[in-house]
Write a protein that binds this ligand. Sequence first.
Ligand code: NAP
Length: 481
Amino acid sequence: MVSRVIPVEAFDLVVFGGTGDLARRKILPGLFRRFVSGQMPKSAQIIAAARSDFDTSRFLDVVSASINEFAGIEFASEMLLAFLENVRYVKIDAMGSDGWDDLKGMMRGECVRAFYFSVSPALFGPLAERLKTFGIADDQSRVVVEKPFGRDLASARELNQTLAHHFREDQIYRIDHYLGKETVQNLMAVRFGNMLFEPLWNAQYIDHIQITVAEQIDVEGRGDYYDKSGAMRDMVQNHLMQLLCLIAMEPPSQFSPDAVRDEKLKVIRALDEVPPHHIVRGQYAAKETVPDYREQVGNRSSRTESYIALKAHIKNWRWAGTPFYLRTGKRLKSRVSEIAVVFKEPPHSIFEADSGQKSNTLVIRLQPDEGITMDVTIKEPGPGGMRLVTVPLDMTFAEALGPSADDIPDAYERLIMDVIRGNQTLFMRGDEVEAAWEWTDPIIEGWERRNDVPKPYDALTSGPDDALMLLHRDNRKWRAL
Ligand code: NAP
C-alpha cells in the first residue's frame, strides 16, 4: 500500500535563526524531504533570516550542504535545484530595525504566512513586535516557537503574555517534537480506534506505566544551556509530560485540537505532588575515556541533574493506585525512548507456577525502531507439555501497510506541514505549558531549598542505583535499557 501525500497550500515560511543548528539539521532538510515527496508545493517560499552576513546565493550553499548531510534520502540534483529556487536569505537583527522592509518586500500576497522562531526565547517578544510593527504578520499568520518555553511558571507566563500581545492563541504553535513522531500518533489510533484497549485502560487492569527517554549522548556543546536547566526542565516538563498526557488522558470527544488539548490539560492538573523520596536525581561520573558531567559543562561544582527518575500519581478515578514511573538521562547505556504499559497478572493462574506465564506489556517505542508491540503469552510450540512463552505481537504492521521506515516523515517535517494546514492538535497550548510548570516548579524549588546534590552514576550504565531501588521497593523492575 502506498501512502497518500496530500499537498498543502502555498505558503511563505520565514525561519528566524535560519543559520542555526536546528534550521540546518532539521528544519531545512525536513522541508526538502516534504518537497521531494510532493507535499510541499513548488510555489512555496522559504525565507531564512538571521544576523550573519550572507546573500541568498552564498546561503544556498549552506542549505545544499545541510541537505546533503542531513536529509537522509537519495535525490536527483535537479530536485535540489528546484527546491533552492524558492529559498531566500534576509539579514535581520531581531533587536534592530534593519532588514525588516526587505523581508516585507519578499512576502507574497495570497498564501499562508508562517514564522518559525528558531531562536532563543529572549527574541520571541522582539520578533513578534517587529513582525506586527512592520506590517509583515497579520491576524491570519502563524508563529512557531521552539523549546525551552520558559524555565519556570513565571517565565512561561511572561512568554505567553508577550506572544498573546501580538497573536491569538490559535496562531501560536508551541513545538514539542515528540508529539510529531509517527508512533505517538499511532498510540492515539490504537487507543481510540479499537474497542480492545480502552476497557482495560485503567487502574483495575494496568499495574504501572514506565516512560523512558534514555540518551547515550552527552550535552553536545550545549553545556552552558543544559547546566542551567537539567533533565527536569529540559526533558520531563515537556517531552515526558506530553507522553504521560497522551497515555493517561480520557478519550476526547473528537480528534480536534482543543478537544485533545483539554483532555491533556486535565491530566496535568490531576497530577499529585511528588514527595522527595519518589524522585532520584543523578549526575554522570567519568568512565574510561568518558569525562564526567561537571568537566563537560565546565562547572566543577555543578549540582544540575543529568538523570532523573520519579514516581508520579494521577488523582482521578481512572488512575488511582497506578504509578507512572518516568526516567530520562544522558550518557546512559543505550538510546531508547519508549512507553511501557504493564498490565496486571491474571487474577488466577490455571498453569503451574513455573510455566513461564508473564504479564502483558504494551510497548510504544519512539526510538530506535519506532513501533508498537504487545507482549502476549502463548504456548511454546512442541510436545513438551504446557510450557508458556511471551512473544511480541507487532501492531505497527509497517511491512504490510508501508511506507517504509525511510518514508515516514521526521517529527519536524510533519509538524511544519501541520502549521501550514493550520492544525494545532500536536502543539502545546499555553495553559498546558503553564500547568506543566506549576507541577514542576515545587519539585525544583525543593531541591534548591535543600541544596540537593544529585547522585553520581557511572556513564554508560542504567543510571543511579537509587533509581533501581525506586521500583524495587514497589516489587517492580525497570525495563532493561
Ligand atoms: P543556534 O545554533 O545557536 O542558532 C541560533 C540562531 O539564532 C542563529 O541562526 C543565529 O544566527 C540566530 N540569532 C541569534 N541572535 C539573533 C538576533 N539578534 N537576530 C536574529 N537572529 C539571531 O541555536 P539552535 O540550536 O538552532 O536553536 C534555536 C532554538 O531552538 C533555541 O531556542 C533552542 O533552544 C531550540 N531548540 C534547538 C534544538 C536543536 O537541536 N538545536 C532542539 C530543540 C530546541 P546569527 O548569529 O547569524 O544571527
